[in-house]
Structures are given as structure tokens and as C-alpha cells.
Design a protein around this ligand. Structure first.
Ligand SMILES: C[S@@+](CC[C@H](N)C(=O)[O-])C[C@H]1O[C@@H](n2cnc3c(N)ncnc32)[C@H](O)[C@@H]1O
Length: 341
């Protein structure tokens, strides 16, 4: 009995409160979605405000606005002194539009996924995704812009760390496969002045990639190539390094091995491959974000899921890579590096 009590206390998961927290977790998400939707944090960047002042600015009900603001204080996203609300340190860093580490577009992207997640039961029953927006022929340009801007937000908070972990001092040419907004290619080119980077992605994405490259004023060293990584070649012995970031979770093991073989062909001798992903352990149950992300891929792609380090190692070895090593980032993702044999 005593032993049982200790286990309960140690896990702190097996209690009623934990279940209630899980059940109403979406309340917190909606408070954040609503605040970002009103762009409250950018408004408060101009100076502290009362609930009445904010409700007038966002043209909303005063009593309801005050409740929202109080909930935001409880979530550490605002502070409150007397009747004045102000941004917290976290909100100042990530929730003010125009700041380099702004995450509002990615929060908007998570909000957009709510309807898909509401279909989880049906998806589990059928095994089929409810949303096939990742398929090129079904893409709405507005959705692509939202998605790619969200990817830019998420990448922007990781570029510094990723640049510090990938040694490209000797590299002259990098291929960023499925590079989306090109955020990593741009950061790696900036961090390595001798490097030219090519961002490869689907035609509808590449149109937006060019906008991000132009905004970064680095058109002379970061260029684009439109193509489909399942169908097109990446060239033969052209690149010193290839980055494959957040692509392989969209496809099945057979397609991923095909993509990695094409990467091997496109690399020069001893060229470097870097995979960036949410990587599961061998039980496929941890880390928690990767396990949940697997469901996100089940809901939104035809054949995707989160994979384990062992799976990436097998595909890399089968595709002709060696010296495979893993680097965990401080956030929720991992780099897996290998060298062409
Ligand atoms: C999750 S985003 C990752 C973007 C970027 N690499 C990053 O890590 O932030 C996935 C990218 O893969 C691209 N993609 C998906 N299927 C593709 C394919 N068959 N060929 C080329 N690009 C593809 C999408 O257009 C999108 O830009």
C-alpha cells in the first residue's frame, strides 16, 4: 500500500486533476488563439492599458474583455497592476507582430488545425486523413501562404541553434530540400559567408520562398528550384551538404528511402546530410510532442507519421550513408547527421 502511494506521488499523473487538465486543455489554446486574433500583444506593446481601453481598441464587450485579460494573466502572458494590463516577458519576445521571433502566425496555424483534430475519432476508425491539403493539386494559395508563414515563425526561433550545430565552414553549396520559406537556408548562408544555398520545393511554395529570400536581401547567395522530391532528381555529385528539415514525416518509409537515395546521388564524396525532425524513441511513445505530432500527420497527410531514430538510421544506411549521429536541440526537435560513404 505504501509502495503504491509513492508511485502515485512520483508520477503525479494518475490523479483526477491531471485528467481534468487534459480535458479542458483546449480552453487555454482558445484564450491564446483569441488574444493573438485580436493582436492584443501588439496593442499592449504601445503601453499598458485598462480593460476598458483595450475593449474600445478591439471593439469588444468590456466585461468579456476583462475576463479574457485576467485569463491571460493567469497563463503568464500578461501582467496586471491595479487595473492596468501589460505584456509579460514571453509575450514581448514572441507575440508582437514584426519582431524577429514572432510566433503569432504559427499560433494561427495551430488554430486552423482545430477542425481537423475534431475528426480524430473518425480518422482512427478509418485510418484515412480528413484533410488532404498537403497534396499539390488541392492547394489553396491562401492556405499555402498561412502554412509557409507559420513554418517561417517556427524556424526563426531555431535558426541560431541549428546554425551552431551544423559545420558548413568548408561547404560551398547547400541544398535545402522542401525548404519551405527558406528560413534555414537563409540563416545558414548568413552564418557561412562562403556558402551558396538552393531551396528546393513544390512550385506553389517556391513562389513564396522567393519573397522570403528577397525580404532577407540575400538573392545573390540563396536561390530556388521548383520540383517534386518524389519525382525529380536533385542532380549528381553537386552539393557539399543537404538539409532535409521536416519533410520525411510527410511520407512513408519506402518514399523516404527513395528521397534519401536521391540525396546521396546529389552529394559530392563525403558530403553531409542533415535530417531535422521530431524524433521518437524506440517505443514510439516519447517524447510526448513527437507522439502527438504523429497523430497530426495521420490527420493531415496521406502516409505520414513521426519516426524513431532507429528508422532514420536504417533508411540512411540503406541509402548509402555512414558516420550517423544524433544531436538533440534544446526545443522539441532533433538533428540526425550522416556522411556519404
Ligand atoms: C513542414 S514544411 C517544412 C519547411 C522547412 N523545411 C522547415 O523545416 O521549416 C514541409 C515542406 O515540404 C514541402 N513538400 C512537401 N512535399 C513535397 C514534395 N513532394 N516535393 C517538394 N517539396 C515538398 C512543402 O511544400 C513544405 O514547404
Amino acid at each position: 500500500m505504501k509502495g503504491e502511494d509513492t508511485t502515485m506521488a512520483d508520477t503525479n499523473h494518475l490523479n483526477a486533476d491531471y485528467l481534468l487538465q487534459l480535458s479542458c486543455g483546449y480552453w487555454k489554446s482558445h484564450v491564446l488563439f483569441t488574444a493573438v486574433g485580436f493582436d492584443l500583444f501588439t496593442i499592449l506593446n504601445r503601453g499598458r492599458r485598462t480593460a476598458k481601453e483595450i475593449s474600445q481598441t478591439i471593439q469588444a464587450n468590456e466585461r468579456a474583455t476583462e475576463m479574457l485579460l485576467n485569463a491571460l494573466v493567469s497563463l503568464d502572458l500578461l501582467t496586471k497592476q491595479e487595473n492596468y494590463y501589460a505584456n509579460s516577458v514571453l509575450s514581448n519576445r514572441h507575440l508582437i507582430k514584426g519582431n524577429p521571433y514572432y510566433l503569432g502566425d504559427s499560433i494561427h496555424h495551430f488554430h486552423n488545425m482545430m477542425d481537423t483534430w475534431a475528426m480524430l475519432r473518425e480518422t482512427i476508425e478509418t485510418g484515412n486523413p480528413v484533410s488532404l491539403k498537403d497534396l499539390p493539386e488541392e492547394v489553396d494559395p491562401h492556405d499555402v501562404r498561412d502554412f509557409i508563414t507559420a513554418m517561417h515563425n517556427l524556424a526563426s526561433v531555431k535558426t541560431e541553434e541549428i546554425c551552431s550545430k551544423i559545420d558548413l565552414k568548408e561547404a560551398k553549396l547547400l541544398l535545402d530540400i522542401a525548404g519551405g520559406p527558406g528560413t534555414y537556408a537563409i540563416a545558414l548562408a548568413r552564418a557561412n559567408p562562403g556558402l551558396h544555398a538552393v531551396v528546393f520545393d513544390l512550385e506553389h511554395t517556391i513562389r513564396l520562398t522567393r519573397e522570403f529570400i528577397a525580404a532577407a536581401k540575400i538573392e545573390d547567395r540563396v536561390t530556388t528550384q521548383a520540383g517534386n522530391c518524389l519525382e525529380d532528381s536533385f542532380g549528381e555529385k553537386v552539393y557539399d551538404a543537404i538539409l532535409v528539415s521536416n519533410l520525411l514525416h510527410i511520407y512513408n518509409p519506402a518514399n523516404n528511402t527513395r528521397i534519401l537515395r536521391k540525396c546521396r546521388d546529389a552529394l559530392r564524396e563525403r558530403g553531409l546530410i542533415v535530417i531535422h525532425e521530431f524524433v521518437l524513441d524506440t517505443t514510439k511513445t516519447h517524447p510526448q510532442f513527437a507522439a502527438l505530432f504523429s497523430l497530426n500527420m495521420l490527420l493531415g497527410t496521406q502516409e505520414g507519421e513521426s519516426y524513431s531514430e532507429d528508422e532514420y538510421r536504417v533508411w540512411l544506411a540503406n541509402a548509402g550513408f555512414e558516420d550517423i549521429k544524433r544531436i538533440d536541440l534544446e526545443s522539441n526537435s532533433t538533428l540526425i547527421l550522416g556522411k556519404k560513404k
